[in-house]
Write a protein that binds this ligand. Structure first.
Ligand code: BDR
Ligand code: CA
Length: 353
């Protein structure tokens, strides 16, 4: 069987958990091999995303896979490490958030209002403790560099978080991202509204300079943007049908509870246009890799706004019918959402049966 080797860069994150569970199912079936999981600060702070990834992997029996801790931002590499870590750990109180923010106001610095203050629907403490200390973990950028250097052209890099770790790896080792077999990222909003702001998608908005560095790293980056993930509404009925496969499974219980939490916050923030469910954004990257028949992509040169007063973090491509000579990406703009979600459900059943 032709196994795809994957490093996944993640900030769990409710939808990140679903992507990790999908990856574990594909690995269990023999289609994928997790080479490493690297974590970034994003939906919540760095310690939380590291711990969440550790707990999710342990649930699926993937304990031996190395997990990296968040790298420093490129702008901070010369800065004070302890101050940076303190900032990364500073998650905000959900109740203090204001749903009425408008374009002229500051936007949230993380996505705890969607994912819960612990990043996984306030369920982290219901999951078993994992003996994997954050402080002893290697930095994610170092892991990415080591693994890609050791196997150039063999490993697919999947990024479903702010692109801080990838940019840090590229800054430390210029050209390293070109050593990935493919670079597949969940990022951007092109012909639809954003989520963290009207013009911007969360992963790009969280670290636009990193996104720019990554977008300049190679000319074949695969981008799964909100344009298609807005259609990926994972419903409580889907969670229930997975649960019925094996009601004793801890993973099945987590899927139901996390779906319930995420559905409530997605409805509150009107992410699903009133549909009962939540957007399982990050899973789109695995759909592209393993079930590409569910997506249509367009070649484009993608750029990110790093300066704008109101438009920082916006992603753009040129839609005019004028010659283009420097494309750097393939952007997914159409999705067969029904089939993608049906496949996800069936694969999650295979993970827990
Ligand atoms: C992305 O932002 C995060 O909140 C999600 O986990 C996903 O990676 C969607 O914009
Ligand atoms: Ca994510």
């Amino acid at each position: 069987m032709n196994q795809r080797k994957i490093i996944i860069d993640t900030d769990p994150g409710g939808d990140d958990c679903f992507a990790l569970l999908w990856l574990m199912s594909l690995a269990k079936q023999g289609w994928a091999k997790a080479i490493a999981v690297t974590t970034a600060a994003g939906n919540v702070g760095a310690r939380c995303t590291f711990t969440n990834a550790s707990k999710i992997l342990a649930l699926g029996g993937f304990d031996p896979v190395e997990i990296g801790r968040a790298s420093k931002q490129i702008s901070d590499i010369a800065g004070d490490e302890s101050a940076r870590n303190a900032a990364l750990d500073d998650t905000q109180d959900e109740s203090a958030r204001d749903i009425t923010r408008d374009i002229a106001q500051d936007v949230a610095k993380d996505a705890a209002h969607i994912h819960g203050v612990d990043g996984i629907g306030n369920l982290a403490e219901t999951l078993p403790e994992v003996p994997r200390p954050f402080d002893a973990a290697r930095y994610s950028d170092d892991i990415i560099i080591e693994k890609l250097d050791a196997a150039p052209g063999e490993i697919t890099l999947v990024a479903i978080a702010p692109l801080t770790n990838l940019a840090a790896a590229e800054a430390k080792s210029p050209g390293i991202l070109r050593k990935a077999k493919e670079l597949v990222i969940l990022a951007g909003a092109f012909q639809c509204r954003g989520n963290i702001a009207t013009h911007a998608e969360f992963n790009i908005f969280s670290d636009p300079e990193a996104a720019e560095k990554v977008l300049n790293s190679r000319d074949d980056i695969v981008i799964l943007p909100l344009d298609i993930t807005h259609q990926l509404v994972f419903t409580p009925e889907m969670a229930e049908s997975i649960f019925q496969t094996n009601p004793d499974s801890d993973i099945a219980k987590l899927i139901v509870s996390l779906c319930q939490f995420m559905t409530a916050t997605n409805l509150r923030y009107r992410d699903t246009d009133g549909k009962n469910g939540f957007l399982v954004h990050d899973a789109a990257t695995l759909a592209y890799l393993f079930y590409p028949e569910t997506l249509l992509l367009r070649r484009a040169r993608v750029v990110v706004e790093t300066q704008g007063r109101y438009s920082r973090g916006q992603t753009l491509f040129d839609d005019r019918h004028l010659p283009k000579t420097t494309p750097n990406a393939w952007v997914a703009l159409k999705v067969d959402a029904d089939n993608l979600l049906a496949i996800l459900v069936e694969d999650l059943k295979l993970l827990i049966e």
